[in-house]
Design a protein around this ligand. Structure first.
Ligand code: SF4
Ligand code: SF4
Length: 285
């Protein structure tokens, strides 16, 4: 199975618009949403039958107050500042990274690591498999949860030739988890300073994974000089720009109706179709 990953860096660039369009165009029977902090691909895919499973990531520290002698060693040792003290020592679960150092230093064995629900994974089944997940607010395990989303996709498939993966936003650990094991990444960028900066950082990361890389520019007509800078950068780096999409204010309206951008005919949807064709050619080359 070949895996095509779609990334964008900052949110709102059009990553999910492209991913949902590609799924419709390819009739892919395998796809995933790795944006575990704010998954939204299911909103445009009209998905029905689903199975959700709690996801337990790393443990979090718990203090047994009946054993605590208030020596303060745990608070001094926690480099994440996750232990608060007012009249007693308490773990701040939003800050606790589950490193176990406090458990190790506590002279009274008053601290234990307990499993903690970080979110849940979901598999939608129809005549396709769609794997996704949602991280609980404040949980810091998004990279591991992304790996779980991809693992669930693979484990539930038989012989699908193509999987389309809506990657995680940003440029951190979840993006690296999204990149692992894919054959090609399509970076959706926009003509802004931050869009270009994110694109460059993703390219540099993707090069480490030795995956095929292509770029498309969404809303290219909103900043022509910045678009030209992106084009020049890509030429210099010998990375193919496989298409440009005009700004189309109707796209968000179409998505809000639960449809994909390619479900209507427009200049933007025709560009997305061309980008899809070229992406598949590169993926299979
Ligand atoms: S190290 Fe143990 S005994 Fe000391 S304050 Fe922390 S929990 Fe209490
Ligand atoms: S497990 Fe680590 S991060 Fe959590 S409270 Fe203990 S020392 Fe701090």
């Amino acid at each position: 199975m070949k895996q095509l990953l779609i990334l964008s860096g900052k949110g709102g660039t059009g990553k999910t618009t492209i991913a949902s369009s590609f799924i419709e165009l390819s009739k892919a029977k395998a796809f995933a949403d790795c944006d575990v902090e704010a998954p939204n691909l299911h909103l445009v895919m009209n998905t029905n039958t689903k199975t959700s499973t709690p996801y337990y990531g790393m443990g979090k520290a718990i203090i047994d107050q009946s054993k605590c002698i208030k020596c303060g060693l745990c608070k001094e040792s926690c480099r994440f500042g996750a232990i608060d003290f007012s009249d007693k020592y308490e773990i701040n679960l939003f800050k606790c990274e589950g490193c176990s150092v406090c458990e190790f230093v506590c002279p009274e064995n008053a601290i234990e690591m307990a499993s903690y629900k970080d979110g849940e994974t979901t598999i939608y089944r129809d005549n396709y498999i769609f794997s996704t997940a949602e991280l609980n607010m404040g949980s810091g395990n998004s990279g591991k949860l992304v790996m779980k989303v991809k693992e669930n996709l693979k484990d539930n498939l038989t012989d699908e030739p193509l999987a389309i993966i809506d990657g995680s936003p940003g440029i951190g650990c979840p993006v690296i988890a999204s990149l692992s094991g894919v054959d090609m990444v399509l970076i959706v960028t926009e003509p802004s300073v931050s869009g270009m900066s994110d694109m460059i950082r993703i390219i540099k990361t993707a090069e480490h994974f030795r995956v095929k890389i292509a770029v498309c520019i969404n809303k290219y007509d909103t900043n022509i000089s910045q678009k030209q800078k992106i084009e020049k950068y890509l030429i210099d780096r010998k990375i193919e720009l496989i298409g440009k999409i005009v700004y189309d204010k109707n796209i968000s309206k179409i998505l809000n109706e639960g449809k994909t951008a390619v479900s209507v005919d427009s200049e933007a949807s025709r560009s997305i179709k061309n980008i899809y064709s070229r992406a598949i050619e590169i993926l299979n080359s």
